[in-house]
Write a protein that binds this ligand. Structure first.
Ligand code: PLP
Length: 377
């Protein structure tokens, strides 16, 4: 059994993907070929935004957003502690200070109450300029944007949505990657919509911001590539990756997102009495980048993972270390007593196989093995 079965997906989409790759080879427009432009238009339309610029990966997408807002030393940027490292890494890379915020144990997403408390604390201390919030749509469920946007408005903060895992999710019909002034996503192969290498995208509705994004994406270009007006990146999506993403986006829209939700529902029905299953808020849809359960403690979690491995069921621990405890942030001492939920989740979470090409039987097997393994407790 695969944790995420990319081969199965390729078998289903093979003809379209092969043809599209062959066309790029025939055209030999490897950089910014027409497929890139077509994909950007389709992505913007799907998400419901005016502009989309693809780029090299999801981390670059966030870095470009940092540079659009000119985030720099002495700026404070509020990020959840329970997420992938990129979310805070891009803040540190600009010399700014990430302020780690705990998450809500039910949704795995940034705790809005603790967020506001931390913003007030930074303002009171008067050492850093509160500048932006980077909410993450963790495991596919959009963050609590109705409340986050209200807080951002109140304290005049920018909102950059890290939708690397959120693509396809929504709140009351409004899609993930449409909530931040700038929103970003990743096409890393294992993400809900993945390519066959690295890739990413940036979304906005603001034309000036879009122009700035295009400039930063290609060496801070001015009116053309060899006129340079700012420090930027070299971060484009390869034409071949765009050609691969086109049929994948079609499948994602047509049935993959639905399949993910169907399988998540079966998991939850089977497992809800033995473990904590993911909670999706009223009106929210998750793209189930991960299906993550919560065990009672670390021993039970590790024991379950080992037992599942023995019977050939792969699982993953997302994430084993909260960002504020990463070695790179040694000496970090802001708000630490407020981060207990993130610390506890790192000990108790376990992510199960989840992709749109599973079978109901597989879900049943995995669930039954979990129930069997947990009998002891
Ligand atoms: C994967 C991921 C990223 C980074 O995306 P890459 O394409 O791997 O650079 C950023 N944030 C989160 C939450 C992610 O899961």
């Amino acid at each position: 059994m695969e944790y995420i079965d990319l081969k199965k997906q390729y078998e289903v989409l093979k003809e379209k993907i092969d043809n599209n790759i062959q066309k790029v080879l025939n055209d030999s427009n490897y950089i910014m070929g027409e497929e890139v432009k077509i994909l950007e238009e389709k992505l913007a339309k799907y998400v419901g935004r005016k502009y989309c610029a693809t780029c090299g990966n999801g981390t670059d997408a966030l870095t470009i957003a940092m540079k659009v807002f000119e985030i720099k030393e002495n700026d404070a940027v509020f990020v959840p502690s329970f997420t992938f490292y990129s979310t805070s890494e891009v803040v540190s890379l600009e010399g700014a200070t990430p302020i780690f915020i705990d998450v809500d144990e039910r949704t795995f997403n940034i705790d809005t109450h603790k967020l506001e408390k931390a913003i007030k604390k930074v303002i009171d201390e008067g050492k850093l300029n509160p500048k932006a919030i980077i909410p993450v749509d963790l495991f596919g469920q959009p963050a609590n944007f109705p409340e986050i946007l209200e807080i951002a408005n109140k304290y005049n903060l920018k909102v950059i949505e890290d939708g690397a895992q959120g693509f396809g999710g929504s709140i009351n019909g409004k899609k993930a990657c449409s909530f931040g002034e700038i929103s970003t996503t990743s096409f890393f192969p294992a993400k809900p919509l993945g390519c066959y290498g690295d890739g990413g995208a940036i979304f906005t509705d603001d034309e000036e911001m879009y122009k700035k994004i295009l400039s930063i994406r290609i060496h801070g270009k001015g009116s053309y590539k060899y006129e340079n007006i700012r420090v930027g990146l070299n971060s484009r999506l390869d034409t071949i990756q765009a050609a691969i993403l086109l049929p994948k986006l079609e499948a994602f829209e047509k049935y993959e997102l639905e399949e993910r939700n169907k399988f998540a529902k079966i998991y939850s029905e089977k497992l809800k009495d033995v473990v904590k299953v993911p909670v999706i808020l009223e009106g929210y849809i998750s793209s189930y980048a991960q299906y993550t359960i919560i065990l009672n403690n670390e021993e039970e979690r590790n024991d379950l993972q080992a037992k599942l491995k023995e019977v050939g069921i792969p699982t993953m621990i997302y994430y084993p270390i909260p960002l504020h405890k990463q070695i790179v942030y040694n000496g970090y001492d802001f708000n630490l007593e407020e981060l207990k939920v993130s610390e506890n989740l790192c000990k108790c979470v376990l992510s199960l196989p989840m992709h749109p090409y599973m079978s109901e039987e597989q879900i049943e097997t995995i669930s039954n093995e979990i129930i069997k393994a947990l009998k002891k407790y």
